[in-house]
Each structure stands twice: as C-alpha cells, then as structure tokens.
Ligand binder design. Structure first.
Ligand SMILES: Nc1ncnc2c1ncn2[C@@H]1O[C@H](COP(=O)(O)OP(=O)(O)OP(=O)(O)O)[C@@H](O)[C@H]1O
Ligand SMILES: [Mg+2]
Length: 401
C-alpha cells in the first residue's frame, strides 16, 4: 500500500495542498518540510484520521474531533476535505472524502439535529446519545449518499464559514473511483485502515483528541500527566497510533521471544536450532555499537554492557540517552509489530538525534523495514541530504533556500 498523492483544498492552516509521492522513487521515504506552523503535523493527522478512523465505528469520535475545525461553506453542496491516490496491488484508487451539510441534503433530520445543537456543550453529548435522532439522520443521509455511489461515514459538528454558527452538523462521505458499491468502499477502507500508521512525539497536540483533553496540556495545575492518561486511552483505541516512548523494553523483549520461538520451531521441524536469536543480537549490537545488548535470562528486561577505562560496566534502559532510547524504540516498534507494506507517517523523527543520526535514520528505516513507505515531517537538512532533492516535499510558504 502506498500513498501516491494527497490533495487538501482547505483544512485549518492547510490551503491548496497537492503533494505527490512518486511510486518508483527509491527509497520510498519522503521528508516533508515547512516553516514552523506550516501544517506538517496537521497534514499527517488529517491523513491518519481519515484513513485510519473512517472504517471503524469505535474510532469515529476521533474523526469527529478532528473535523470539528473543518470550515463548511454554505455556497457549496459538497466540499472536498481531502483526496488521496492510493496504490494497492498495482492498482491506483482515488479516494475522496467529502462533507455535506443540511442545505445540500434537504433533510428534516438534519434540521432536528441542528435544533438540538443550539446549546453546544451540553447538547452535543445528548445528540450523540439520542439514538432516535441519529438513526433517522443516518438512514436519510446514507440513502442520499448511496444514490451518489458514496459511503456515509459519520456526522460531525463544525463551524459554518462566515457566520457565528458553531456545531453545525455535517456528514462525512467517501467516494472511490471504480468502486461503485458501498460495500466495496467499506472493505477497501477497512483494509487501508490497517496499513496506515502515525508516530509522533507524545508532547504533540493531537487534533483527534477531545479539545478538553488537549487543553489540559496548557493547564498549569492539572497539566501533563492527565494528558498522558488520555493519550494512553487514545492509543488503545487507535491501534496504529504510537508515540516515541522511552520504555521500549517490552517490545525488545518481545523481539527476543519471537526469535527464541522461531529457533525452537525450526529445531522441532529439522532437529537443528535456527539463528534468529543470534541475528537479532547482531542487529541490535550494530545499532548500539560499541555497547552490547542482551536480554535477561528470565526474559524480564534487557541490559547493556559497555567498557569505560577498560572496565566493563552493566547498564539498564534507564541509563541510556534520550536519542538512544528513541532510536531503539523506533526499531523495536517496526520489528515487533511486524509493520510491512504500510504507509508510515512520522512526525519530528529527528528530535533528540545528533545530525549524524538525522542522516543515518534514512538508511536505518530502509534497512529495518524496506517494504513500507515513510513520510517524515522534519526540519532537518541532514535528513533531507540522505535522499535526492526530488524526494523532499514542501508545504508553502516554501522554505528559504
Ligand atoms: N483552525 C485553524 N485554522 C487555521 N490555522 C490554524 C487553526 N488552528 C491552528 N492553526 C495554525 O496551524 C498551525 C499549526 O500547524 P502544525 O502544527 O501542523 O505546523 P507544523 O508544520 O507541524 O509546525 P512545527 O514544525 O512547528 O511542528 C499553527 O500555526 C496554528 O496557529
Ligand atoms: Mg509539527
């Protein structure tokens, strides 16, 4: 699965975005640059939100949170939120997400929904729970969109452009060229949702998290720890969303367990143990050279050995540096989750790395998991220099030379 093109007419700070990620470029790694506030994180989150959340009812609230800042124009019957070209098994699919509003649908149930939204904070929750209202609404909009060969995904509440109207109800729909049956669109989106990943720093503001939660980040008293709790909850609900965590120990242990099991299975089949454990050890030692890594015999943790003034000392994960931990956490994440043939969106990958490692991370990704496509939001010239200038994509206003 590869993302070949993304177009976003208007979303938050993004305007007339049209980026291509060429399918024949080797490696399939594309840095994405812009000035601070240029929209890189917004774009990655929009891509992830639409492609990971739209096929699963449990994930729809996150999509609704994200789309709450999409501005609806009354003058247009429908508006494109984003359009993607996705390569799947040598076939290119045009996947378009559109928004509709009550004037375009001319539905009584849209009006009912709107009425109940007059008092925003309290009524919003009520409407979500009022299945009666939602059922009529969903039914009406679904059949309206079906006639247009589109799949109804969810309603969302947003701001109406040029008015004071907030919590204005809209519908999100998806259209895919060559897939006219709604059921086929559903299957395609389901498949796609398993193949798209977002990894970002945990201190990032995520627009798919409820506003009240993201505000905690800026509240001195309650602060960061509460935001972290809600972030953990989001991570359990969105299986392909990760943050660069310090503690990758369980994932590394999992790698050792997998290698051990593989070797044992080979022994059962052929009478001889395989070399998966040794290979993993070699790979990890290369990653940490000159430190030597190993798993504890009880498979409860990992240790590192290094020589200082000729004397060997033992280190634990908490003794490693921020950059070392981040590098191993990316490695362990890709390997332990077995992420292959997927689209991986990575935000601020280079933070905490020495410029040599900015450069190095490109060949790392290529070596660790070459079947994936990577889109890396970055500010690093060293990282870009590890690729050709054509690999590097920019959001306007363009960066200074
Ligand atoms: N509703 C909105 N409409 C328009 N712009 C918005 C809206 N909300 C936030 N912004 C702006 O969008 C920008 C945030 O963009 P984003 O975080 O995607 O940038 P970035 O390229 O990732 O920046 P950085 O490199 O600093 O991480 C901010 O400048 C913010 O003021
Ligand atoms: Mg950013």
């Amino acid at each position: 699965m590869k993302l070949l093109r993304v177009q976003v007419p208007q979303f938050r700070v993004l305007k007339d975005v049209d980026l291509s990620f060429e399918k024949d470029f080797v490696p399939s790694i594309f840095p994405l640059g812009s000035l601070n506030g240029g929209g890189k994180s917004t774009l990655l989150q929009l891509i992830f939100g639409l492609l990971h959340c739209s096929s699963d009812p449990e994930r729809l609230p996150y999509l609704q949170n994200l789309l709450a800042s999409f501005k609806v124009k009354n003058s247009e019957e429908m508006q494109t939120i984003a359009k993607f070209e996705i390569l799947d098994d040598d076939q290119v699919f045009e996947v378009e997400f559109l928004s509709f509003h009550k004037e375009s649908v001319k539905s009584e149930s849209f009006n009912i929904l709107l009425e109940s939204e007059i008092n925003p904070e309290t009524k919003r929750k009520q409407v979500i729970k009022t299945s009666g209202t939602l059922d009529i609404f969903t039914e009406t909009i679904s059949s309206f969109l079906k006639r247009k060969n589109m799949l109804y995904i969810t309603y969302f509440l947003t701001r109406k452009y040029g008015t004071d109207l907030v919590n204005y109800p809209c519908a999100l729909a998806c259209k895919i060229n060559s897939l006219n049956q709604v059921i086929n669109i559903q299957t395609f989106l389901k498949n796609l949702s398993n193949k798209i990943f977002l990894i970002a720093p945990s201190s990032q503001v995520f627009h798919f998290i409820e506003k009240e939660q993201t505000r905690l980040l800026f509240n001195k008293e309650k602060a960061y720890s509460q935001y972290q709790i809600s972030l953990d909850e989001v991570k359990t609900n969105l299986p392909n969303f990760f943050t660069y965590d310090f503690i990758a120990v369980n994932q590394i242990v999992k790698l050792f367990e997998n290698a051990r099991d593989k070797d044992f299975q080979k022994a059962v089949k052929t009478g001889e143990y395989g070399n998966s454990y040794q290979k993993l050890l070699n790979d990890l030692n290369l990653l940490f050279s000159p430190k030597k890594i190993n798993v504890t015999p009880d498979l409860n943790g990992v240790t590192f050995k290094m020589k200082i003034d000729g004397e060997e000392i033992e280190l634990y994960p908490e003794d490693l540096s921020h950059g070392e931990l981040k590098r191993i956490s990316i490695y362990a994440w890709l390997k332990s989750q077995n992420i292959e043939n997927s689209i991986i969106l990575m935000d601020e990958i280079e933070n905490g790395f020495h410029p040599d490692w900015h450069y190095q991370i490109i060949s790392d990704l290529e070596e660790w998991s070459p079947t994936n496509q990577y889109i890396l939001a970055t500010h690093s010239y060293e990282l870009c220099q590890a690729l050709t200038p054509s690999h590097v994509k920019e959001l306007s206003p363009k960066l200074l030379k």
